[in-house]
Ligand binder design. Structure first.
Ligand SMILES: CC(C)(COP(=O)(O)OP(=O)(O)OC[C@H]1O[C@@H](n2cnc3c(N)ncnc32)[C@H](O)[C@@H]1OP(=O)(O)O)[C@@H](O)C(=O)NCCC(=O)NCCS
Length: 173
């Protein structure tokens, strides 16, 4: 699995494979092809796919409302998890949001989702509240918020994450 990973804007050509990997990665709350298709049509949504040898192995979606964003979904195929792809997807999505003027963001995440929590912390998200029984199966969620994304320090930290990836890619060549 030394394939080169690229992050590209998600298109309708990726829908089926993204829905398939979403079903594998999410035990509950998986999104169908139709749900992803509707998302791609909306003016306020931004979606990216991570491709390995041209095939989707991860995806992220954010919603942008003026200076605020909501992280809608982030998924990496189970066979590809733990290699930094989730972090890289998040960095690309966040960089785009910052370029569009986003200064703060929110998200909900399962209270025991350690890999996701670890990524979100890296982008400045802090737990602000527990939403009891937020998910259909009764699990609780943390509401997390991040702010000051327009600060120079934040832009530098995102660039740093992306730069580290480029160096890692070069070493793998
Ligand atoms: C959350 C998710 C997108 C992370 O993707 P990923 O490509 O594995 O993420 P990364 O490789 O960038 O790893 C992020 C962190 O999680 C850790 N991690 C990855 N897989 C892990 C695992 N199975 N168990 C514990 N930690 C894990 C990594 O070590 C890393 O920690 P660090 O930041 O301290 O270095 C992926 O696990 C996933 O698709 N999960 C199912 C869907 C989901 O829960 N999405 C988020 C809520 S919508």
């Amino acid at each position: 699995m030394n394939s080169e990973i690229e992050i590209v804007p998600m298109t309708s050509a990726h829908l089926q494979e993204v829905a398939d990997l979403d079903a594998l990665a999410h035990k509950n709350d998986k999104w169908t092809v139709d749900m992803f298709a509707v998302e791609l049509e909306r003016g306020y949504t931004r979606y990216w796919a991570a491709l390995a040898d041209g095939r989707p192995i991860g995806a992220i979606g954010i919603w942008v409302f003026f200076d605020e964003a909501e992280i809608a979904t982030v998924t990496v195929h189970p066979d590809w998890q733990g290699r930094g792809i989730g972090t890289r997807l998040m960095a690309e999505a966040v960089r785009q949001a910052v370029n569009e003027g986003v200064d703060k963001a929110t998200l909900e995440v399962r209270v025991d989702n350690e890999p996701a929590l670890s990524i979100y912390k890296r982008f400045g998200f802090k737990k602000v509240h527990v939403r009891r029984r937020y998910y259909a199966n009764g699990e609780d969620a943390f509401l997390m918020k991040a702010e000051k994304w327009q600060s120079r320090e934040f832009a530098e930290s995102v660039d740093d994450i992306l730069q580290r990836w480029k160096l890692k890619d070069r070493k793998a060549d």
